[in-house]
Ligand binder design. Structure first.
Ligand SMILES: Cc1cc2nc3c(=O)[nH]c(=O)nc-3n(C[C@H](O)[C@H](O)[C@H](O)COP(=O)(O)OP(=O)(O)OC[C@H]3O[C@@H](n4cnc5c(N)ncnc54)[C@H](O)[C@@H]3O)c2cc1C
Length: 265
């Protein structure tokens, strides 16, 4: 029972809806012009901090499995997990996993996301699902949203490709072939599961300022959700600069001050 996943639905309690300012240019009565990325936690291993501490305990103590999860002082678990992290005994973090539901991510970002080989993915199929012909179905980078001339060009091009897609489908071309004309920025939906070890790796790479803005934003939303459920496990998650020294060969020169700055600035 303890390892079964409890179904929960938690929206990101995000104090900084970074791209929301782009969302509703026409007032509340009009539909949003731009896609907003939505990330929810669909499920996670119950009591993640305790499960990792229990896994460590069996390594270091002669203790029966039935007693592993008996309440231990929270400070002891915290110290144990900090020691695991520092000594690189990260296999203990693999016992807990988190499953996210993601909407409104571009296929540009999802292409980067699926490079993480230790995660599990289920992604909306463009072979089976007819793509939404609305302009809102395409993610527009902030740099383009903030440049009226670039935005106009972008939207004209999106419209043309969507019209072509619709026409190709009308002509009897299969969706799997018609989709070749769709923009790379088209939004997609995914369910993704990562264990806590892979999440740490993911956060260290994708919360670095050198990561692309969209996957950085996804990682930030995911970390907020993870820290809500497992504050001890994810206390030290994030890019190396937060913990003292940048590991990047080409540093951005603008290290994060602290976790607060990373999450909410
Ligand atoms: C800023 C940035 C820029 C990037 N630019 C490019 C680019 O220009 N071109 C490009 O192709 N990619 C690029 N990438 C993607 C990058 O090369 C990785 O594919 C991606 O970050 C996934 O990381 P990973 O392989 O460490 O992680 P995962 O696949 O999540 O694996 C986690 C860890 O498991 C271990 N592991 C997994 N599979 C193996 C294996 N087969 N053998 C041995 N160990 C394994 C490794 O320790 C690995 O770090 C970029 C990534 C970042 C963050």
């Amino acid at each position: 029972m303890r390892n079964s996943r409890r179904s929960i639905r938690a929206s990101t309690t995000d104090r900084r809806p970074k791209y929301k300012k782009f969302a509703n240019r026409g007032g509340p009565e009009k539909a949003p012009l731009f896609v907003i990325m939505n990330v929810i936690l669909l499920a996670h291993t119950p009591e993640p901090d305790s499960v990792v501490a229990a896994a460590a305990r069996i390594c270091y103590k002669d203790i029966a499995a039935s007693e592993l999860l008996q309440a231990e002082e929270q400070n002891l678990s915290r110290k144990l997990i900090a020691d695991l992290f520092q000594s690189g005994h990260m296999s203990t973090f693999e016992h807990v996993s988190f499953t996210f539901g993601i909407d409104g991510l571009s296929r540009v970002a999802s292409h980067q996301l699926v490079r993480h080989r230790l995660a599990s993915f289920s992604q909306q199929s463009q072979r089976y699902v007819k793509m939404n012909p609305d302009p809102e179905a395409v993610i527009i980078p902030p740099s383009i949203q903030n440049n009226p001339e670039a935005l106009k060009l972008f939207q004209e091009s999106v419209k043309l490709s969507q019209q072509t897609y619709a026409k190709l489908v009308e002509l009897g071309i299969k969706k799997e072939d018609a989709r070749f004309i769709l923009p790379h920025g088209h939004s997609t939906r995914l369910v993704m599961t990562m264990n806590a070890r892979e999440l740490h790796h993911f956060f260290s790479l994708r919360l670095c300022r050198r990561a692309q803005w969209e996957i950085h934003e996804l990682a930030r939303k995911m970390l907020i959700l993870c820290r809500e459920k497992a504050p001890v496990l994810f206390e030290k998650a994030g890019p190396s600069c937060i913990f003292g020294k940048c590991n990047e060969a080409r540093t951005c020169g603008n290290p994060y001050r602290d976790m607060e700055a990373l999450m909410f600035d």
